[in-house]
Design a binder for this molecule. Sequence first.
Ligand code: 6PG
Length: 476
Amino acid sequence: MAQIGMVGLAVMGSNLARNIESKGYSVAVYDIDKDAEQRFMAAYGSGAFEAVQSLGELAQKLETPRMIVMMVRAGEPVDRLIEEILPYLAEGDILIDGGNSDFHDTRRRQKMLNEKKIRYIGMGVSGGEQGALHGPSLMPGGDRDAWEGVKHILTAIAAKAPDGTPCCAYLGPDGAGHLTKTVHNGIEYGEMQLICEAYQMMCDGMGMKQEDMAETFRTWNTGMLGGYLISITVDILKYRENGRYLLPQILDVAGQKGTGKWTVIEAASSGVPATITAEALFARFLSNKKEERKRAAQLFPAPELAAMPGAALIEEIRSALLASKIILYAQGCMILAEGAGTYGWEFDLRTALRLWRGGCIIRSGMLDGLIEAFGERKLRNPMLAPEFTKRLNEAVPSLRKIVAEGAARGIPLPAMSSALSFFDGYRSGKLSANLLQAQRDYFGAHGYALEDAPDTPRHTDWTGKGGKITSGTYNA
Ligand code: 6PG
């Protein structure tokens, strides 16, 4: 009898199964693609693995209550698998979805499965194939007692943070784990785009050589700015194939698998201005318009300016990146805090931040500071914590300079520009929304309030030709 089942033996499923087995657990493995299953057994079958031919056999071969991890493509394949496996499950069995599922799907599935007395965990898994094998960051949410049943395995296979704690902890009911992973990916999108913009400033704005850019990023890989994404950027910049750098040869058309999009959808649904992730997502979409871009490049030449000079500017780009990264994480925290409120979860933001300190794609030197910021007081936004306020006041002047330099040279910096605009909006006691409210009231009688009576709606007949009736006031 095996202690746990793994369904789906693509890269992530195979490596998670191997990780679990390496910690002394026996694993029954299943894939609908029998070639994949055979390949897995040929390579690793000497371990405590048992391949099964059907979901029914999987159920027979597992100790009860059964624990089954599903590592299949997000979306409809998860629903199909649940439907197919359900007849073989018994009360109290635990199903874990370790894919990048939309957390709304996870909420729906948990509700449906709980009605059938099956326990469910929606778990974000981060760290790519190496992380899955050697220690991923695991973000489980769902049934608390299911967590109690599986935590010995999950904490054993998870990455360890620098202080030795496992990067795996229960986050909250139903979709809390998958929302945390979604926000993780939103931050991942934002940070990747910000690094790309720093690269483009060095490359196109300053005409830096690739080895010098690699060395620059290497020196940046420390403190709050340092982290996994900066370190892989150094490796990528250095990488050569047949003696030639590979990076400049790679087609500039970005792919995406949906989680960044869900972050933006969730932010929009809950009224959170997650501007950097949104711009990072849209930058990927724009990159896809390669043919149009090539045509537009002929029609709209870039402003002709000399290359930006000097080492001092590199330091400005570093600071601009740091300021943007702080704002990016602040926006991510806002989505999580809002989500927890909306869905009624008891959710400690610090737990999520702790899980990101090791194993995951966004592990970085910023997380300890964020945990501390939220620990000190009930802050809604880490930008208001003294350490981050100080850092922003120091670094934002550079962000202003770099955004201005980029604009003057026609270098697109959507993520940095939106970080700056967000910052300026956030620190504005008075925005131009007074005019906006007046416009809404002018054409649609939507009403507005006065500064000194914010809770009293009023309406003005701006033209002398309107009625006295205001349209209903509500915020969608
Ligand atoms: C991780 C990653 C991973 C994600 C890929 C691809 O935490 O290991 O977030 O889960 O699937 O990075 O994402 P995109 O294809 O959307 O860029």
